[in-house]
Design a protein around this ligand. Structure first.
Ligand SMILES: C[S@@+](CC[C@H](N)C(=O)[O-])C[C@H]1O[C@@H](n2cnc3c(N)ncnc32)[C@H](O)[C@@H]1O
Length: 259
């Protein structure tokens, strides 16, 4: 696979839809709102004093929250200049110091290193074409004892489609990560719902839990926690069983202190 070509194509896709993704308004942050969920904060621990790198940071909402919670350095990397411009405008209005920079999460600037926390969430890891290479990069960019927190859609949810009450169909391949477009529109970025014009082609990757764990272990990281959680609203129409399936997961892995 030509990783650079995949990423170039995906950038065109994201730029086609980015203008409609605004995230939380500045009033939300002014009023003390936090873009990180309670589950995410439980996984990251208190960000105060940490050097944080958020990969695929999009419009930077979580970066703003990390900074407001006292992180000493917050860098967000995203491939979409439009998303970053939205985030920078919010940061400027709020007077919050975050470094939102254009970049590819598979080819990070060499100076982006020594982080206590690397964070990726909510449809970020699916843009990684080579999970082993990415995991090695993450491990290299963590300070000794630093942690990566992955807060993601569950890969099982990614391949299941609600067909009716208590009925699911398999619309993806759990074992083959490469996904061209979306066969279930509920898995596409929410902003695309209702868009009628054809969108640029794009390729994402549904990484299974086994593939994620194996790649992180292979990069020398220690898995500290892996929690699967229900989000019944993501299985809308399924009925009561919607709460009986995982829809998301949170994984914490650590770079050994001596490495
Ligand atoms: C669904 S968002 C996830 C981020 C955030 N949780 C959110 O919901 O806004 C996916 C983000 O990944 C970015 N992205 C896609 N491919 C990327 C790459 N190779 N490097 C960095 N960012 C990338 C897109 O521009 C987009 O902002």
């Amino acid at each position: 696979m030509d990783v650079a070509a995949v990423t170039r194509q995906n950038r065109v896709y994201w730029e086609a839809i980015a203008a409609g993704r605004l995230g939380e308004p500045v009033e939300f942050f002014r009023a003390g709102g936090c873009a990180l969920s309670d589950d995410e904060l439980a996984a990251t621990g208190d960000p105060a004093g940490l050097r944080v790198l958020h990969l695929a940071c999009s419009i930077g909402d979580e970066c703003l929250s990390f900074a407001q919670l006292g992180a000493v350095r917050v860098v967000g990397v995203d491939i979409s200049p439009t998303h970053l411009a939205t985030g920078r405008a919010k940061a400027e209005t709020l007077g919050v110091d975050v470094d939102l920079r254009e970049g590819d999460l598979t080819a990070l600037d060499p100076e982006l290193t020594g982080f206590d926390l690397i964070f990726i969430s909510g449809g970020g890891i699916c843009w990684v074409p080579d999970l082993d290479a990415w995991s090695r990069t993450v491990a290299e960019r963590l300070a000794a004892g630093g942690r990566v927190v992955i807060s993601e859609h569950h890969p099982l949810w990614e391949v299941l489609t609600v067909a009716g009450p208590n009925q699911l169909t398999v619309t993806g391949d759990y074992l083959d990560p490469t996904r061209r477009g979306y066969s279930d529109s509920a898995k596409a970025p929410q902003v695309t719902l209702g868009m009628t014009d054809p969108l640029p082609p794009h390729t994402s990757f549904v990484w299974s839990l086994g593939q994620v764990v194996t790649a992180l272990l292979g990069a020398g990281l220690i898995i500290r926690a892996l929690r699967e959680v229900a989000q019944p609203e993501l299985y809308q129409g399924l009925g009561p069983a919607a709460g009986a399936l995982p829809a998301a997961y949170l994984l914490v892995a650590e770079r050994p202190a001596a490495s």
